[in-house]
Design a binder for this molecule. Structure first.
Ligand code: A3P
Length: 330
């Protein structure tokens, strides 16, 4: 993709059939990801970049692992919950190198909590073929086993689950712009970035195409659709909803402790989740030396970063994209 060389300095490709803009190294991993063996008790966290992925990963990993804060404070989140296509972002000589993250997912012990930003049509095929099992699970859940996820597991009735997280386009644009600078792979202006973002040129293509594919399947029993804004507004409610979806229960103290652990200040200072280790490996330029992965953590931060014209452009694009879809802006 010629026109976006300036958005990602290592160059990008288009992946068909959707035409999603993506990283060249993907070609070497595409088939393995598509053919990945999905496990019945997997949880897949699917997001467009900058929508609250890390936040959700830490929440879900803890819910799936009996709130094991000790282990969460010893092992990096990137190891506990691998980013399946991370290898695709590597490959260029001056870019930091990552290992084989598809193999990391393959080798991870169950229950796996997998992170991906892949659009729906690039996800492993098996995510969709085990769908009927979910209906059985849901039915059984309502009948008998709501408290006993382990019984369902032994009966082979638990299907994989997808937790999708969406975020408002203006905040994503700003956060993604800073992310590119942080990872030292973009040297352009915010204005150029916003235009390219609307045209679907950054890695992972168009935000709205990504979100709306999952919005269409939001009511399937194997999908939970959360938003960054809901998490900011009422984290305990989202944690409870997510726990229920995963068939876990929390008492008041457990809920309170988990919400404190997931607060922005706590995560910002938590070296096991804040990506400081990865960023340390990147040759940081003087432009991005002040930037951090845990940047602002706010809803509406775009107000201090975008011009009224840029905000209006994104709003107009959003209105066009969500028209007729029933999508509710938060
Ligand atoms: P900002 O750049 O707007 O600050 P992702 O994990 O999908 O890359 O998303 C990163 C965004 O989520 C960043 O947004 C980051 O600050 C924010 N974030 C991460 N953890 C958070 C938390 N506990 N509370 C609020 N925001 C959080």
């Amino acid at each position: 993709v010629k026109s976006n060389d300036n958005i990602y300095k290592y160059g990008l490709i288009k992946v068909w059939p959707s035409g999603c803009t993506f990283y060249p190294e993907y070609r070497n991993h595409a088939q393995r990801i598509r053919d990945l063996e999905v496990r019945a008790d997997d949880v897949w966290i699917v997001t467009y970049p900058k929508c609250g992925t890390t936040w959700t990963q830490e929440m879900v990993w803890l819910l799936m692992n009996n709130l094991d804060y000790e282990k969460a404070g010893k092992i990096l989140l990137t190891e506990r919950s691998p980013f399946i296509e991370y290898s695709c972002l590597s490959g260029s000589e001056d870019l930091f190198q990552v290992g084989d993250t598809v193999a990391e997912v393959e080798e991870l012990k169950s229950p796996r909590v997998v992170k991906t930003h892949l659009p729906l049509e690039l996800l492993p095929k098996q995510l969709w073929t085990v769908k009927p099992k979910v209906r059985t699970t849901t039915y059984c859940k309502s009948l008998l086993f709501s408290q006993f996820s382990h019984i369902q597991f032994f009966l082979g009735l638990v299907a994989q689950q997808i937790i999708y997280v969406a975020r408002g386009a203006k905040d994503v644009a700003v956060s993604y712009f800073h992310h590119h600078r942080l990872w030292n792979c973009y040297v352009g202006t915010c204005e150029d970035f916003v235009d390219a973002f609307i045209e679907g040129y950054p890695g992972y293509g168009s935000l709205w195409d990504h979100i709306l594919e999952f919005w269409k399947i939001r009511n399937e029993p194997y999908v939970l659709f959360n938003t960054f804004e809901e998490m900011k507004k009422d984290l305990p409610n989202v944690v409870q909803r997510t726990a229920k979806f995963l068939n876990k229960s929390l008492n008041c103290q457990q809920l309170q402790k988990l919400c404190e652990h997931l607060s922005f200040d706590s995560m910002k200072n938590n070296p096991w989740v804040n990506h400081d280790d990865e960023l340390g490996k990147i040759a940081r330029s003087t432009v991005n030396v002040e930037e951090r992965f845990m940047r602002k953590g706010q809803v509406g931060n775009w107000k201090s970063e975008l011009t009224p014209q840029q905000a209006e452009k994104i709003d107009k694009w959003t209105d066009e994209k969500i028209k007729g879809t029933g999508y509710v802006l938060h």
